[in-house]
Ligand binder design. Structure first.
Ligand code: ADP
Ligand code: MG
Length: 445
């Protein structure tokens, strides 16, 4: 009798969830879970892999607690068994391979990190389209693709998106995704097991290699050479490499040879998303969790958490946990209470206006403010204007359209073009970099 009730608890949970998530989400994540046993004090579920388990607990722990028996801690009492665990030396994902060349580590891609779930905005449009290009034609467009940007801005998300896309659309290609740490550990393990040749063969036979967080290669001299050799072998065969890093190649403490290889293809920067993009991310992430947040609340959160998407996601998770699926009665006051310690209290971007920037640029570049807002194509004026646009995009947290309008009615593509140009120039032009820094300091103090 009891068993029957518990069983129907899982069935009820399924029913409840199915009505609240997208059908794709349900098919991918919930449907593959099998109920093995529902004992008095514990429910046993079979999951195809640990990702599904993490997903279930990460998103629905609180809801599960409403339907299933609980432990003393208040957590749902679930025991997970993983169905047919993949043996360490094979991969079901990378297509047919010789046993000897079997991957040394399984391909681990976060199932939620796909292009579909990546929200585009001006800060990441360029890098996203480069990623899509590379995924569509591996080895035939930019190679390597080097993605750099700050913490929690979606670099790993894009990297895995490329992996998923290739697995789905180029089934014969061998893909491997590694963190730099894992690659180093692999080398160490294989040196110890005297299987380093096998490892080299494996890596050098890949078609697509995804390398996350290359900055961890800094100060690891012995390993840098192995990396570099692997890269060269792959690049020479037109095999695709995608690398992420928290810094641009030139700013990494790595050998010139390594830096040169990484700069060979396309270097793309992942910026901090602007307000509207953050709002779109909040809405998307909350919908993924079966909760719909109003525009007003989404804007409210986006205004208070602005330089890290991971934190934004944390905020959404927290809101979901607190309000379950009853988002309708959320108001700013409640949200502020739930998220107070996550909100960034200093909002330095807010105080800076386009006028501040124009004034400071005009002083440093010795031009008039009216010239900056005007149309003159005179070289010095045009450069100063582009610097002002660059700084406005960097320092002001407002929609690009609004910022551009403050420059005497320019369009947002003009602004983006200026931003891109100055971003590139300051990498190579020391004098300009100093001037930009000077303007920035004047504005900030
Ligand atoms: P990074 O590798 O740059 O530190 P991640 O790729 O791990 O950042 O991203 C952190 C979190 O933010 C992830 O959960 C990711 O899905 C999410 N995220 C970042 N950028 C976006 C975006 N543009 N659209 C949707 N989710 C994003
Ligand atoms: Mg990352």
């Amino acid at each position: 009798m009891l068993e029957c009730e518990v069983k129907s608890g899982w069935a009820q949970f399924i029913e409840f969830i199915e009505a609240r998530c997208s059908s794709a989400e349900f098919e991918n994540w919930i449907a593959p879970i099998r109920l093995i046993e529902s004992a008095h004090e514990e429910t046993t579920l079979e999951v195809p892999n640990v990702f599904v388990q993490e997903y279930l607990l990460g998103n629905f722990k609180e809801v599960l607690a409403d339907f299933l028996p609980l432990r003393a801690s208040g957590d749902p009492a679930i025991r997970f068994v993983v169905a047919h665990p993949i043996p360490r030396n094979t991969s079901s994902l990378t297509g047919p391979i010789e046993p000897d060349d079997a991957p040394l580590t399984d391909l681990k891609l976060n199932p939620l990190y796909t292009f579909d779930h990546f929200i585009e905005g001006p800060s990441n449009q360029f890098v996203k389209s480069a990623a899509v290009g590379v995924a569509a034609r591996p080895g035939k467009s930019y190679n390597p693709l080097f993605i750099h940007g700050g913490v929690g801005l979606g670099k790993t998300h894009l990297l895995h998106s490329i992996g998923h896309y290739v697995l789905e659309n180029h089934k014969k290609l061998r893909v491997q995704s590694i963190t730099t740490e894992a690659f180093i550990n692999d080398i160490v393990d294989n040196l110890r097991l005297k299987s380093i040749d096998k490892m080299k063969r494996f890596y050098r036979n890949l078609d697509v290699l995804l390398v996350d967080d290359i900055q961890f290669l800094q100060n690891r001299l012995n390993f840098e050479e192995e990396f570099c050799n692997t890269f060269e072998t792959l690049l020479n065969q037109n095999k695709q490499i995608i690398i992420t890093s928290d810094k641009a190649p030139g700013q990494l403490k790595l050998s010139e040879r390594m830096i040169a290889r990484m700069e060979w293809g396309l270097v793309a920067h992942m910026g901090v998303p602007d307000l509207e993009t953050r709002v779109a991310i909040i809405k998307h992430k909350s919908e993924l969790r079966g909760m719909s947040i109003s525009n007003q609340i989404a804007f409210f959160i986006a205004e208070h958490i602005y330089n890290n998407v991971r934190q934004i996601e944390g905020a959404v998770n927290r809101l979901c946990a607190h309000s379950r699926f009853a988002a309708s009665n959320l108001n700013e006051e409640i949200v502020e209470r739930i998220l107070s310690e996550m909100f960034q209290t200093t909002t330095p971007h807010k105080r800076i206006s386009v006028e501040n920037i124009l004034k400071s640029v005009a002083a440093v570049f010795e031009v008039r403010i009216s010239e900056l807002k005007g149309e003159s194509r005179h070289k010095e004026i045009a450069l100063a204007r582009q610097v002002a646009m660059y700084l406005a995009k960097e320092m002001i947290d407002d929609s690009l359209m609004k910022i551009a309008a403050s420059f005497g009615g320019k369009t947002h593509s003009t602004l983006l073009h200026a931003w891109k140009k100055v971003s590139d120039q300051i990498q190579v032009n020391e004098m300009l970099r100093r001037q930009v820094q000077m303007v920035r300091r004047n504005i900030e103090t």
